[in-house]
Design a protein around this ligand. Structure first.
Ligand code: NCD
Length: 356
């Protein structure tokens, strides 16, 4: 695998993705071959935000590969509670471990952390921005449960605005031929502008729907998501959005016989428990594929490592990121970095547009 870090799947080629998918399948079939693949290696899991599946599947993945795990999952027990910066934590941990897996509530924090790490860093979710290893989980699941990543009509339902899993998934699946996306949500929780720009550029067909009932019959894949309560500015705004889209057995009757229902989990109330027994419900097997996907990723990232490529970081003080949740607003020392896209200046950390 070419990429040194995994911040965004943008830097991972389709052939590298295919290698991860194939390797994940091999590991699932023959786990005993891989029990020493990471012998002597240490993974640091730095979880500044709650997690069950992502953290445990990474930890289990490393243990099943013969490696070991250090880290924290409660930042109030780590030096961040004493005011330590992200930069200092990362520099220090990169002297202890061979790979860092980090989840952090701040958008763009994964890219920022990678600037200060000498070892590969994997983004396990940076606020409402991206969640590339969930996407690996999702594409491994689709590859084995649907048999293809192309020509699919994919419905994404729930919180398109704050749901980092849908952002990463759309970015990746829009690169595969013939996929069509239907975003099922309220206008308040629709995709951010930069995601709409990505869809537009990809040339994929996409549309919006306000009704799961009306759209479900067209779908090959339904990706349900939780309304991201922790990212709302007020309890009232969350109350107004919760419980609007609920997948139940009645709606499943309107769906294709070979629909695959995915959900990154945790579920709150957006899928009723009766749906769990429907063979089209793939979300628990999806969580298991997540472990194999992460085992494959770790093997790829730790094998034949090139030294970290030199970066030229030009601090661009002429622009500033408009996104109040961006790491450039919380870690004041990070250089301000931007790139140009479709004539717009975009923040390198969180992909938001800037103040020109
Ligand atoms: C997701 C996340 O953390 O973004 N969960 C996960 O990693 N499996 C989805 C969510 O929290 O709703």
């Amino acid at each position: 695998m070419q990429a040194h870090n995994l911040i965004d799947l943008e830097t991972v080629s389709k052939s590298d993705l295919q290698e991860i998918i194939s390797l994940a399948g091999m590991i699932k079939e023959n786990p005993s071959i891989f029990t020493d693949a990471c012998h002597g290696k240490i993974m640091a899991t730095l979880f500044y935000e709650p997690s069950t599946r992502t953290k445990m599947s990474f930890q289990t993945a490393m243990l099943r590969l013969g490696g070991q795990v250090i880290g924290f999952d409660n930042p109030s027990n780590a030096s961040i509670a004493k005011g330590e910066s992200l930069k200092d934590t990362i520099r220090m941990v990169s002297g202890y471990a061979d790979v860092i897996v980090m989840r952090n509530p701040v958008e763009g924090s994964a890219y920022a952390a990678s600037l200060y790490s000498d070892i590969p860093l994997i983004n396990a979710g940076d606020g409402g921005h991206l969640h590339p290893t969930q996407t690996l989980t999702d594409i491994v699941t689709l590859s084995y449960e649907k048999g293809t990543l192309e020509g699919l009509t994919i419905g994404l339902c729930g919180d398109m605005k704050n749901g980092r899993t849908v952002h990463s998934l759309i970015k990746t699946l829009s690169k595969y031929k013939g996929n069509r996306f239907i975003m099922i949500s309220t206008p308040e929780l629709q995709l951010p502008q930069y995601m709409l720009d990505i869809l537009e550029e990809s040339g994929c067909t996409y549309s919006f729907s306000d009704s799961l009932e009306k759209s479900i019959g067209e779908l090959d894949v339904l990706y349900m998501t939780r309304i991201q309560q922790e990212r709302f500015r007020s309890p009232e705004e969350y109350e107004a959005q919760k419980g609007i889209y609920v997948l139940d057995a009645k709606k499943m009757e309107l769906a294709k016989k070979d629909l695959a229902v995915l959900h990154p989990l945790p579920r709150v109330d957006e899928i009723t428990v009766e749906v769990d027994d429907d063979p089209r419900a793939k979300y628990f097997v999806q969580a298991e594929y997540g472990m194999y996907a992460r085992m494959a990723l770790i093997i790829k990232m730790l094998s034949k490592r090139e030294p970290k490529p030199a970066l030229s970081l030009q601090n661009d003080t002429a622009h500033s990121c408009k996104n109040p949740r961006c790491v450039t607003n919380t870690e004041s020392y990070v250089p301000h970095l931007f790139y140009q896209k479709g004539g717009k200046t975009v923040c390198k950390y969180c992909d938001s547009l800037t103040d020109e």
